[in-house]
Design a protein around this ligand. Sequence first.
Ligand code: MG
Length: 398
Amino acid sequence: MITDILKSAYHPSEVLAMVRIKFGNISLSDNKEPLENIACHTSDRDFCYASLNKVSRSFAIVIQQLPEELKDPVCVFYLVLRGLDSVEDDMDYPAGLRLPLLRSFHEKLFDKDWRIENVGDSHDYRVLLANFDKVIRAYQALDEDYRLVIADICQKMGNGMADYAERKVVTLHDYNDYCYYVAGLVGIGLSSLFSASGLESARLKDEAELANSMGLLLQKTNISRDYYEDLNLGRTFWPKQIWGKYTDRLDELQKNPSSPESLACINELVTDALTHVGNCILYLNMIRDKQVFKFCAIPQVMAMATLAKIYNNPDVFTEVVKIRKGIAAKLMLKTNDMDSVRKSMEKFVAEIRKKLNTEDPNYTQTKKRLNRIIEALDDVKYNPNILLEGTIEQTVLF
Ligand code: MG
């Protein structure tokens, strides 16, 4: 934490936010005990929360903010999908075994003793999969409505992952399609869990396009940011339809990160990701429960902060660019309602606008997408029931 405080030394409000998160009710602290040891002495449910802490601390933090009713279903949903994702990412596990497992992973949820050794793309994921019977039993303890959603999404995602294991992301259509499988489905599944809990409108689960956008914005932001990290891992998710306009070989962009081609390339990826922000605003506007709202909104404003940071930023090609932890802590604390989302979004839109350059081939497109975000913010400000029950009644009446 000390190094993070030093990075925020000239931003006192960030230091304060980090301290409040560290010592407030949201804990960023890490349990140092290895997961394999924890597995020996905890209940199935406690193992789930301990694994969540190990495999994604940021998600573990936001999940703590959910209403009690939704914590277990969302925790189990997340772990089932992370288990699946880790099978997808384990390139040492032969495709002849990996692809059938991806396609049949949802069936394992019916076998309370199923676990698999030595599969997973990192140590903690291997431990998770080696103790997956615990996750499955926690799944089986959930209400049926939740179980149906989780199994359905797991089946669709596993099949999509298996399809893409055999072909590359080349066109923009592939890019949207792949992101739908690995992230859009998460948004759609979460909406269904929220509706099933009764805390959110039953109509939320039907807004699949909006929920898909929630996942796509996060996924495309990560993919755009992770150029350097992914290239070092010998992979990429950048669609050739975009990067092929600027170079013949993706790794060439690294050699001249400040060239107009490199910058135009990252800018086009950011511009593409910005397409989804309008729908995310409409989605957030539908959420009624304050805690669910925070859970949904925090990752979205963080994604916008990241997009503003990586736009026209040559560092993307030579290092892992991340927003300062202090900024993340501040966003976590202050994102409480649509007004705070509006303020953050307007700030990040302004940051990108400041970096716009008329020489950039996507200048007009980027500008349009930014304007569309402001329009969406205005739409929900002046017509807050834009997608809520009220609109339906009106349609019936007139
Ligand atoms: Mg994966």
